[in-house]
Design a protein around this ligand. Structure first.
Ligand code: FUB
Length: 343
């Protein structure tokens, strides 16, 4: 798919009508994973740069090299950039493309989970540790054993079990792992090995984490996303099927798995009664933003629920130069989420 035209967009009007403003404007940031640690808000985003790579459907133009942690004392306060928290040159196993990260806390230590391509061009997921939520983080020497694809999100359940959700299509390589072994053929095709339209869609993965949060405690399992009739969503159901940007949150005992539909640009969600699913598709959280990608997190702050998301409005539509934003979301009495319009 070619890069979508933005010639028709009047950015002045769009920004006037925008639901929210970029949290920082001195650099580009994306894929915000937000958490509250010790009463303060921390956002773990990708740090977008223009590395001069041409746009392609493998996402080569997303050539990020490091991570910065953002923090806020409260939801209305200024957002602070805490500087470089981890650079690719300090990760032995990683060569390039530091994509969407997440973080979590356990026993006073902070863990940054991040995907990057190794020296064989395969996306893996790594962990880096710090005694501070803003880093600097020190990476493990190797990626997590058995990890693959992109967009890790690590959810802490009420009983203190931690689960990693991950996966992403096209440039995220999930379709190359169908047999359990990386398929390196047709390297330039983002859509090779994607199931046919009438076949079940590819699914994200979940794995419980080991006690030290450095390994998978089990073989990753597929996370089923079902339609209203209890059938797996189909690959051709591109308005609803999983593409990337996994996130999990829990409310009133119900598990909400949310994700991006990629080429149709929605943030959707599905609910289930346990961390492994199955999950049933319920609807959209966010309509399409300016820019090809959409990616988010959901975080409770002081009794309200917020969607952290990104768009490319500050860069006037440049796909790989995005800015993180935040907006409140609301639930209906049946637990369903009211869809947000970004403009
Ligand atoms: O930021 C690089 C990639 O773009 C992320 O990993 C995807 O979720 C998409 O936002």
């Amino acid at each position: 798919m070619p890069e979508e035209s933005i010639d028709h967009i009047n950015f002045e009007d769009l920004n006037k009508n925008a639901l929210s403003k970029p949290l920082v404007s001195h650099m580009y940031t994306a894929d915000p994973s937000a958490h509250v640690f010790d009463g303060k808000i921390y956002i773990y985003p990708s740090h977008d740069i223009d590395a001069g790579e041409a746009f392609d459907d493998l996402g080569s133009h997303f050539a990020m090299e490091d991570y910065h942690v953002l923090s806020m004392d409260s939801i209305d306060s200024d957002t602070v950039d805490n500087g470089v928290a981890l650079h690719v040159k300090d990760v032995l196993w990683a060569k390039q493309q530091m994509w969407a990260p997440d973080a979590n806390e356990k026993n006073g230590n902070y863990y940054l989970f991040f995907p990057a391509k190794d020296y064989e061009g395969v996306f893996r997921i790594g962990v880096a540790i710090s005694n501070s939520p803003i880093g600097p983080f020190k990476a493990q020497l190797e990626a997590i054993k058995g990890s693959f694809s992109i967009d890790p999100a690590v959810f802490k359940d009420d009983n203190e079990d931690y689960y990693m959700y991950f996966g992403g299509l096209w440039g995220g390589q999930l379709q190359r792992w169908k047999t359990g072994v990386f398929n390196a053929t047709q390297p330039d095709s983002p859509t090779a090995f994607i199931p046919n339209a009438n076949e079940p869609a590819l699914l994200p993965f979940v794995a419980k984490m080991s006690d030290n949060l450095l390994e998978f405690a089990e073989e990753p399992k597929e996370l089923q996303i079902l339609d209203e009739n209890g059938q797996l969503l189909k690959s051709g159901d591109t308005d609803r099927r999983f593409f990337e940007a996994a996130w999990m949150h829990k409310r009133n005992g119900l598990y909400y798995f949310s994700y991006s539909t990629g080429d149709t640009h929605f943030i959707c969600y599905a609910t289930g009664d346990n961390p492994y699913g199955p999950f049933t598709y319920k609807g959209r959280i966010l309509n399409p933003v300016v820019g090809w990608t959409t990616h988010h997190s959901v975080c409770d702050v002081d009794g309200k629920t917020y969607l952290f998301y990104h768009d490319s409005s500050l860069s006037k539509g440049v796909t790989h130069l995005r800015s993180v934003k935040v907006a409140e979301i609301s639930y209906r009495s049946d637990g369903s989420i009211v869809t947000l319009n970004p403009y």
